[in-house]
Design a protein around this ligand. Structure first.
Ligand SMILES: NC(=O)c1ccc[n+]([C@@H]2O[C@H](COP(=O)([O-])OP(=O)(O)OC[C@H]3O[C@@H](n4cnc5c(N)ncnc54)[C@H](O)[C@@H]3O)[C@@H](O)[C@H]2O)c1
Length: 380
């Protein structure tokens, strides 16, 4: 029976706790840690967890035996808590984004290697049926190589969204729409198409004034033999979030939407319904996942710990999205194309270097900290 400590009992923690509860025969949440212990206590009571509330992981580790830690803290806290847990012989599952810099990611990966403990990163969209089916179809090469991909990661958040103390700060959140929202779709792009070798990007803040960070991004990703474009925004009604992978034969899309054209002699397009039907049949022939999103990824974490299964997203995989966001930020800040990989001597490799070199679109003028469920307290 794995003994789990949940660290951070805020917005996403309930989703995690409910996923672990589905595996009550394999694991037990023994500790819920939150700076405001009352918040931890509320989660324990809400879900009737067989757990004790603590203010920190260190405090919990002195009182109860812990095998694995699930970190649902603000991004700035991910690296230090992860390294501490790994060095105290605990396996770690950490929410996205893995950390606020490549240097922090590398410290986490190094600690995992040194200690032999597992490190997993949440990117729950990988664990969905459309993504897994499109991955299999692309990897099979049956419909040809991807030449062009388009990613729209469009979200809608009102201005008060950034009132939460850690949001809207390069130091604590690590970025804006790219780091917090679009990172899910960047991760899918990397998962399905790999890492580009050059990035050209631009970013701005046009609609959210309580944040230092960007709320709109546009990036062109160059590969030796293909290209991708990314659009991300925090001001988009409808929140269209979609990835299109175009091969010479067809387009495979997430959410699933088969499309195929063929070219007339003069190059103009006509629809290709036979190809669309062939793609649809191939897609339908791949079995759906039994568990999706957080449920699926937390089941995968438990499988890896208890049965030696492979992690769906380990530290190296989680780091890739941070490398791509770093390159996009660097390109947008310096107004020039950026080559990948980002090297350790690059100023953007560290959190401090990023903060020093990134534009501060606004300075935060309103911050709150949520303490009790449904109750907000003004911090400053
Ligand atoms: N995968 C997803 O879809 C998804 C969705 C939402 C959030 N997230 C990620 O989850 C993480 C947490 O986000 P959230 O919205 O739940 O944040 P949150 O602010 O609601 O929760 C964080 C909690 O940590 C507590 N805390 C702060 N410092 C602490 C410390 N040192 N020790 C213990 N507790 C401490 C706070 O009191 C708060 O209750 C972020 O990385 C975020 O990007 C992921």
């Amino acid at each position: 029976m794995l003994r789990i400590a949940l660290v951070g009992a805020g917005a996403i923690a309930q989703t995690h706790a409910e996923a672990f509860l589905r595996h009550a025969h394999r694991c037990r949440i023994v500790a819920v840690c939150n700076r405001h212990t009352q918040r931890a206590q509320e989660l324990i009571e809400l879900l009737s967890l067989p757990a004790q509330a603590f203010a920190s992981l260190e405090e919990a580790a002195q009182a109860v035996d812990i095998d694995a830690v699930d970190i649902c803290l603000a991004p700035a806290q991910h690296a230090d808590v992860t390294v501490w847990a790994l060095e105290h012989q605990m396996d770690v599952l950490v929410e996205k984004p893995m950390a606020n810099s490549l240097e922090e990611c590398d410290r986490m990966i190094d600690a995992s290697r040194r200690t032999g403990r597992k490190l997993a990163v949440i990117f729950q969209l990988r664990c969905t049926t459309p993504v897994q089916r499109v991955k299999q179809l692309l990897d099979s090469g049956r419909f040809g190589p991807v030449k062009y991909a388009l990613v729209n990661s469009l979200w809608y958040r009102g201005d008060r969204y950034h009132d939460v103390a850690w949001r809207g700060s390069w130091e604590l959140e690590g970025g804006g729409v790219l780091t917090t929202q679009a990172i899910h779709h960047l991760d899918l792009l990397l998962y399905l198409m790999g890492m580009p070798d050059q990035v050209t990007a631009t970013m701005d803040n046009i609609d959210h004034d309580n944040t230092q960070c960007e709320d709109v991004v546009s990036a062109y990703l160059h590969y030796p033999d293909k290209a991708a474009q990314l659009n991300a925004s925090l001001s988009a009604h409808g929140e269209q979030q979609e990835l299109y992978f175009h091969t010479p034969q067809a387009c495979l899309a997430v959410p699933w939407h088969p499309m195929a054209h063929q070219a007339l002699e003069n190059g103009y397009p006509i629809p290709n319904p036979e190809m669309e039907q062939a793609i649809q049949e191939a897609y339908d022939s791949i079995p759906p996942l039994e568990e999706e999103n957080h449920l699926g990824q937390i089941a995968n974490f438990l499988d890896a710990l208890l049965e030696g299964g492979e992690l769906m997203v380990d530290g190296e995989e989680g780091r890739k999205a941070i490398e791509l966001t770093t390159a996009i930020y660097k390109s947008a800040a310096l107004h020039q194309p950026v080559e990948l990989p980002i090297q350790p001597d690059d100023p953007f490799y560290t959190r401090e270097g990023k903060i020093a070199n990134l534009p501060h679109f606004h300075e935060k003028y309103r911050s709150i900290t949520s303490t009790l469920k449904g109750q907000i307290a003004l911090a400053h």
